[in-house]
Write a protein that binds this ligand. Structure first.
Ligand SMILES: [Zn+2]
Length: 174
């Protein structure tokens, strides 16, 4: 497995998606609209409770094509906090992006197995929700105190403290 290559690929794809959308601020809504327009698909996002698939699988989210409504379905767990739900939804969108039969010109043949796909989806989610340049800019503007910086980033990007920490490390800010 080549972790760094998967990470770089996820970063590049998130950046290409931003260019295609023509936006600088993370918006899951804009990402969904762009996915639907670009791939000619429909995506339904729903939340579920601890019954059903969540209870059986223990998954935070799930994505699949539902032929009965001719659309992809994304499920996230409504017991999770909003910030975790955001990460889950973009992770599931990344699966659709990755597996779409219609190429966007950036599919990566290096991602052979499920583990690498999961990693890709996590890294894409981080790179989309915390776009590199914007993250670095806000990080540098948030004073000197690391704890304060992390709290600021959490509220700006609406992701968990853990996700912020990982992103800051990935971008070599800490
Ligand atoms: Zn996944």
């Amino acid at each position: 497995m080549n972790y760094s290559r998967v990470n770089i690929n996820a970063e590049n794809i998130a950046s290409a998606v931003y260019d295609a959308i023509g936006s600088l601020e993370p918006s899951i809504y804009e990402l969904l609209v762009w996915m639907e327009d670009n791939f000619g698909i429909r995506i339904k996002v729903n939340s579920g409770n601890s019954q059903g698939f969540h209870m059986i699988s223990g998954l935070a989210g799930l994505e699949y094509y539902d032929p009965s409504i001719n659309a992809y379905r994304i499920w996230y767990r409504n017991s999770d906090c909003e910030y975790r739900q955001n990460f889950t939804i973009v992770h599931e969108i990344a699966h659709i992006l990755r597996n779409s039969p219609k190429t966007f010109g950036f599919s990566d043949g290096d991602i052979y197995n499920k583990d690498e796909e999961e990693r890709f989806c996590n890294r894409f989610s981080a790179a989309f929700l915390m776009p590199k340049d914007l993250f670095i800019e806000k990080w540098n503007a948030a004073g000197k105190d690391i704890t304060f910086k992390k709290v600021r980033m959490t509220s700006i990007f609406k992701v968990s403290g853990e996700a912020v920490y990982y992103r800051a490390r990935e971008l070599k800010l800490i």
